[in-house]
Design a protein around this ligand. Structure first.
Ligand SMILES: *Cc1c(COP(=O)(O)O)cnc(C)c1O
Length: 386
């Protein structure tokens, strides 16, 4: 399906010195495997900017989640509480260890895991809670951290969509024991494929390095802390190439500009679609007042599955690509076989049927946003008069 869209859903972009840094990695540094100079720069940037105790670059957010499951010693039958309205990796990382995802419903307003349902889902098998900050909007981390402390549970933030969003005055991904970021080309800051694990509990830092390096103490060896390196723990190859890190570093340097541009486009959408929302024709994202947002996803909530299908088609006919997600994990084949549902899933099912994501990418301009908003408005004026 290689249709040329007038306004595509997403468009990967170059923000600054990506190609220059890749050339430097290849021609000057002559270090293109993992843990090279650009990996070090990216990790230092993440630690300094976000205030994470330690950051390790990974080849994806999926990898960071898998490292989290290893670090939290998830074993067969251990339960992990999370939303069903999320990407598959949130759950699959724990299922790989034999863990059992326990799904709770989401809030109607933010579409984040409903923190009021979490405590009731805890059993004597529960080991961890995985809040997913949907669309870069923060989960209620105060409530979630309180429950975790009271019950002795680990908290792993799936902050794949939430890079540079905050909850109160802290960056998302730095509040739980561990935080997972994604730099996939569909996210805000990109490197094609890419991610990072933020290790906020200092006691986990040394083991994280070992798991990252295939279960060896190679990093200690390079620092001169041991006189030979050897196999000391389980692990895998979670490092990205330094070529990828070079691309990423150029994006991180431009992060403020990129996020500001996305926020501006998001705000413009909110403004242009405001009338339709006030007329009760559709619902707009609830940003909440618990932090700052990063403009990751612009979505609308339609009245029904049928209406969403009609709107998607209407936009497609005008060269505009809009997409929906997620097939709730609890109703996927693996979810039905492997996971447990705690309570009803009414809000999850409703969002899955009715949410539509509108185009939003760095190189979009005001005119593009206006065109999309006008097309959405034109569709609804047809709905009203029919
Ligand atoms: C994108 C995404 C992931 C996976 O990120 P990758 O870097 O592609 O592995 C995980 N969780 C959520 C919520 C995501 O949006």
């Amino acid at each position: 399906m290689s249709k040329e869209w007038k306004i595509p859903f997403n468009r990967p972009f170059i923000a600054g010195k990506e190609m220059e840094y890749i050339a430097r990695a290849v021609n000057e540094n002559r270090k293109i495997s993992g843990d090279g100079p650009f990996t070090g720069k990216c990790q230092a940037w993440l630690e300094a900017t976000l205030g994470a105790k330690k950051a390790l670059l990974t080849h994806s957010c999926t990898a960071a989640l898998e490292m989290s499951a290893l670090l939290c010693d998830i074993k067969a039958g251990d339960e992990v509480i999370m939303p069903s309205f999320t990407f598959v990796s949130t759950a699959s990382a724990f299922v790989l260890r034999g863990g059992v995802p326990v799904f709770v419903d989401i809030r109607e307003d933010t579409l984040n895991m409903d923190e009021r349902l979490v405590e009731g889902a805890v059993t004597n098998k529960t080991r961890a809670i995985v809040p997913v900050h949907y669309a870069g909007t923060p989960c209620d981390m105060d409530v979630i951290m309180d429950i975790a402390r009271k019950k002795g549970l680990r908290v792993i933030e799936d902050a794949a969509q939430a890079h540079l969003s905050t909850h109160r005055d802290r960056y998302l991904g730095t509040i739980g024991d561990l935080g997972c970021l994604s730099f996939h080309e569909t996210k805000n800051i990109i490197s094609g494929e890419g991610g990072a694990l933020l290790i906020n509990d200092p006691e986990m830092a040394a083991r994280a390095e070992i798991i990252w390096e295939k279960g060896t103490n190679r990093k200690l060896f390079f620092r001169g802390e041991v006189d030979k390196y050897t196999w000391v723990d389980i692990g895998s190859s979670f490092l990205p190439s330094d070529i990828v890190a070079a691309f990423l570093y150029a994006q991180l340097e431009m992060a403020e500009t990129i996020i500001a541009a996305r926020r501006r486009l998001f705000d413009l959408y909110m403004d242009r679609l405001g009338d339709l929302a006030r007329q009760g024709l559709l619902r707009l994202p609830a940003i909440g007042d618990q932090g700052t947002y990063n403009g990751h996803i612009m979505y609308i909530i339609c009245k029904s599955l049928e209406e969403r299908a009609g709107l998607t088609r209407y936009l497609e006919e005008r060269g505009i690509k809009a997409v929906f997600h997620y097939v709730p994990l609890h109703s996927s084949p693996m979810g039905e076989k492997w996971c447990r549902v705690h309570g009803g899933m009414a809000q999850t099912d409703a969002a899955s049927d009715r949410l539509l994501r509108l185009p939003l990418y760095y190189e979009m301009d005001d005119e593009d946003v206006s065109q999309v908003a006008e097309a959405v408005a034109a569709f609804y004026s047809k709905v009203i008069t029919s």
